[in-house]
Ligand binder design. Sequence first.
Ligand SMILES: Cc1cc2nc3c(=O)[nH]c(=O)nc-3n(C[C@H](O)[C@H](O)[C@H](O)COP(=O)(O)OP(=O)(O)OC[C@H]3O[C@@H](n4cnc5c(N)ncnc54)[C@H](O)[C@@H]3O)c2cc1C
Length: 508
Amino acid sequence: MLYVAGKLLGQRLFKKLMKMTFYGHFVAGEDQESIQPLIRHNKAFGVGTILDYGVEEDLGSEEAEHRKMESCTSPAERDGSGTNKWEKQYQAHWAFGDRRHGVISACTYFYANEAKCDSHMETLLSCIEASGAANDDDFAIKLTALGRPQFLLQFSDRPTKWRCFFHQMAAEQGQVGLAAMDTKLEVAVLQESITKVDITSRAEIEDWFTAETLGVSGTVYLQDWSSLIDSRTKLSKHLVVPNAQTGQLEPLLSQFTEEEELQMTRMLQQMGILANKATEVGVRLMVDAEQTYFQPAISHLTQEMQRRFNVERPLIFSTHQCYLKDAYDNVTLDVELARREGWCFGSKLVRGAYMAQERARAAEIGCEDPINPTYEATNAMYHRCLDHVLEELKHNTKAKVMVATHNEDSVRFTLRRMEELCLHPAGHQVYFGQLLGMCDQISFPLGQAGYPVYKYVPYGPVMDVLPYPFRHTLENSSLMKGARRERQLLWLELFRRLRTGSFFHRPA
Ligand SMILES: Cc1cc2nc3c(=O)[nH]c(=O)nc-3n(C[C@H](O)[C@H](O)[C@H](O)COP(=O)(O)OP(=O)(O)OC[C@H]3O[C@@H](n4cnc5c(N)ncnc54)[C@H](O)[C@@H]3O)c2cc1C
């Protein structure tokens, strides 16, 4: 569509028109140079910048679906000579090939080839460098820009199954209905249960669960359990469960092929390179959360990086999506893990950008809807998660959170809780975040009042970034709600200035 419009109007006129409308409103500029005036303007009002190199190709739906299926399946699966060994949540589906559908506040990458990923890497590295030079700017990354998404899907399958197995064992031990953080297995009973399945000797099972891997308490929490699949591949080879349909025993965790292992190493290396560069230039990296079928892998890889790089301060921020039913479990487990392992917790709390798509996909493939049933439930979840993190911040001065929302109630809630918990804005433990072009009536007063507040600032060449703000404008009804509120506030401010004769506002 954009391509056709560009052809009809001519590139120059089209670009000019876009800069005066969608692009000009939601995107800061074409390159590091041209975005500087906006960054300086925001800074003058106490509003920082999180750069988001938002290049999204203007693919047609068919091309997007094709690319997604190509990148999320192996050649054997595509030509029908091989079967997919992953759970259906972690398989690619044609109907949802176009991952942009219904997504309004995030841009989307489609895998083309490794060379394209390498070029994304180069761009990200130069952006991180520039963010460092500009002082105080942070940087956002999407892991789907870095590699073949097939790997993220497959990798997501493992921790999810492993977690389910833990809950299954916990249910056998009578631990039902507890929060994930409070659920624990008695190791002796666990060993007994596994011995009954008769997959290996008692001595070997005892060797899996030693004091060295699990401590001496005789119980195992989900946090310890999750780390077992990384360090004890032996264990994942042996663990088999009966398949309800065939009655056969099958490996609980599918083994990675050599190629898949290579991809994982490659992605970890790329993240390492980005994190090293960020450390070198003193920039925080915000790892964005994406669709649920990628998210367990993204969270896992982010955590690996946090272990390595969040030693003195949280350099790498993960993202928690509170529209998920299991958001509170995820947040509490991650806070606890950071505490136990001694690294600095850093997270961006969002509601979540992929709701419509997630719901439609779950209905289509017959899985449970991962999203909270109502908007009110998501709001309650957001505040519950936020409250838990703020309590943590009170006791742990190195932990930090970004309250990334346009919701005025959530901002008010945060300010009230900060006051109650004596979390002073100057302590820079609680940051606020909004998208460029949205809810300036929240960002600027916060910045002026001394709260650390940041705008997510997409930038990039007009024709490459345009699909993102264009979709944003077409699909975002909550944007229109926000715009009405902004218009109302602008009229009030105009009347105030006319009444008091103070026509120009200078930042304090
Ligand atoms: C700085 C920043 C960074 C962001 N980074 C990410 C990111 O990494 N990953 C990501 O996924 N999103 C990200 N987002 C987008 C974010 O998740 C939200 O989509 C967006 O901010 C709108 O939510 P809100 O909290 O601002 O406010 P609101 O407008 O109050 O909430 C709208 C949100 O509520 C939820 N919701 C709406 N209706 C229902 C319903 N019926 N049932 C259940 N839930 C419902 C949805 O999540 C919806 O987006 C980011 C946003 C910001 C400001």
